[in-house]
Design a protein. Structure first.
Length: 564
């Protein structure tokens, strides 16, 4: 039997079919055992090269850095060894077979969209050739505790990537994966750019605290930690969506605009809050940095509302791009909420009359609507400890083989506090701490770290303590080529030792560096804990020749073998 040029002797038992991604060159499939060795083919087990660190039962899509590294690796092979066939496969004998399979399909279909300039629809039609009645791709679920109530289809994810390319948010010629991985770590700020370019730029980050402390193993950062980074990157406005954890005056006295638009953790915003948020972003003279407690649920929801209004994306496309940029964004009922609010947000387009007369029915220029600070709500007076949401107790999530399927009756109230008084944001932050400890057991990461050059830290005599509520130390300087990439410098977001450990854990790609919308900065605090990114790429058997890598075309071209 022959399928896409492969004989039964070359292929063990298939789960689904072999899909030709680039005809006669690149294929995707799932096997129950490794394929037999063949000199004409190179077999790449995707499961060994990528990893997603879940909050609960979520499993993807893999983040922007992993997408970049994997696509660049595949493109390198196609450019340098065009006559050798490549079969990328996932292991169909593993317990998480379906999850690994859809992540692998997402990576290869995204390669078609990004490098081959194929439409999302065409890429989806190509990757679905790997399906049969028993092997349809499952949907991506959210980072909620209970069973999923909404699934994000791989087609939606591809359309989100397509829209990101169309609007200039995704450009692999202007992206630095090392920098992305550096800043997404909690000790380095826990921030991600969602809209990095254009008239309005938006950044999502974890909520600051009054002081830089460690609570339950998680490092919190004072507003002052972010000042230099925000100034360097033209962030002028900070929007807080959670209850007061720091004085807004910390930002305003430093020259930033600060707006409070509070709504309960795990819930959805009112129409008034959506309208105010959109006006804040539209009126901001520079980039806008938005946070709630974890910078995931409430933050992602409002950013998606603005994206739908500004660019006409649908809810699924927004959620897809948000989760690629910042895994875990938009949780539970916030997903269906965005679907319901699509038309509401689309009607607020700049070409719509509602924007011309103002969101509150008053003419633009009205003195009562002129200043951003007038939108500030009285968050200082809110005390959530007096609002226990009916004292609802949340049980631990149940992990099941079919966790990615929507099951009625397993819905958890995402606005409830648990028996320890923790809200959704608290629990998500705790999950990041747990993943920190798991990182030390990652053998692949340790092997990658063992070959890295160790940068020199100027002073490491004191630093983060493992005790709760410990104050952070003063500034230390770091001397490392891994951090000074763009030639710019500004003082620090966080720990010298953290940057040291981060540099040790980085994977060498033997590829040219690219600049990105964010500029690397020196680290402020020492000996902070290491928390891994939500997804990682493990380099194995990459190109050994730097010369061959640098000859790769930076402008994506459609391989000649691709034919519909």
């Amino acid at each position: 039997m022959v399928q896409n040029g492969f004989t039964s002797k070359q292929t063990p038992k298939l789960f689904g079919k072999i899909a030709p991604i680039v005809n006669d060159v690149l294929y995707f499939a799932s096997f129950e055992q490794p394929p037999a060795s063949n000199p004409e083919f190179r077999y790449i087990l995707i499961d060994e090269r990528v990893h997603y660190e879940p909050f609960y039962s979520d499993f993807g899509p893999l983040n922007l850095s992993v997408l970049y590294r994997f696509c660049k690796f595949i493109h390198s092979l196609l450019e340098t060894k065009p006559k050798r066939k490549i079969l990328c496969w996932t292991n169909a004998s593993e317990e998480n077979r379906d999850e690994n399979r859809v992540n692998g399909a997402y990576l290869l279909a995204a390669y078609l969209v990004i490098y081959c300039k194929v439409s999302a629809d065409q890429a989806y039609l190509r990757i679905r050739m790997a399906e049969d009645e028993e092997s349809e791709f499952i949907g991506f679920r959210d980072a909620a505790m209970g069973e999923p109530t909404y699934l994000l289809h791989i087609h939606d994810v591809l359309r989100g990537i397509e829209k990101a390319i169309e609007h200039g948010w995704l450009n692999f010629d202007d992206f630095d994966p090392d920098e992305y991985e550096y800043y997404e770590r909690v000790e380095n700020g826990d921030l991600n750019w969602i809209i990095p370019t254009g008239k309005k730029q938006i950044l999502s980050f974890c909520g600051p605290h009054a002081k830089s402390v460690i609570e339950n193993g998680y490092p919190y950062h004072a507003p002052e930690v972010y000042f230099n980074y925000f100034r360097t990157h033209d962030v002028t406005t900070i929007v807080r969506l959670n209850m007061k954890m720091y004085e807004a005056s910390k930002f305003t006295e430093a020259g930033f605009q600060h707006v409070d638009l509070f709504f309960i953790d795990g819930s959805t915003p009112s129409d008034e809050i959506i309208e105010k948020f959109i006006k804040v972003v539209d009126d901001s003279p520079g980039a806008v940095a938005i946070h709630c407690k974890a910078g995931l649920g409430r933050t992602g929801t409002l950013i998606a509302c603005w994206m739908m209004k500004e660019f006409g994306l649908n809810a699924a496309e927004c959620m897809a791009w948000l989760r690629i940029c910042r895994p875990g964004s938009v949780i539970g009922p916030q997903q269906q909420f965005l679907v319901r609010k699509q038309k509401f947000c689309w009607k607020m387009s700049n070409n719509n009359l509602i924007m011309q007369i103002g969101l509150t029915g008053k003419k633009q220029g009205d003195a009562t609507e002129g200043k951003l600070n007038n939108l500030t709500t009285k968050v200082d007076e809110i005390r959530l400890e007096n609002q226990q949401n009916g004292n609802i107790v949340i049980t631990s999530p149940r992990r099941s083989r079919n966790s990615s399927k929507c099951i009625v009756g397993e819905i958890v109230d995402e606005t409830a506090t648990d028996e320890h008084g923790r809200t959704q944001g608290d629990r998500l932050l705790e999950m990041k701490v747990r993943s920190q400890h798991a990182a030390h057991k990652n053998e692949a990461t340790e092997k990658a770290a063992s070959s890295r050059e160790k940068p020199r830290v100027a002073n490491s005599s004191t630093g983060y303590s493992s005790m709760s509520n410990t104050k952070l130390p003063s500034t230390y300087s770091l001397h490392s080529p891994h951090i000074r990439r763009s030639g710019k410098s500004s003082s620090a977001l966080l720990s010298g030792q953290a940057a040291l450990n981060q540099a040790l854990l980085k994977v060498q790609m033997n590829s040219p560096r690219f600049s990105s919308p964010t500029t690397p900065i020196k680290s402020m605090f020492n000996n902070s804990p290491i928390v891994p990114p939500r997804s990682t790429y493990v380099a194995r058997n990459l190109l050994t020749s730097n010369k061959s890598q640098t000859n790769i075309q930076r402008t994506p071209t459609v391989p000649a073998a691709f034919r519909d």
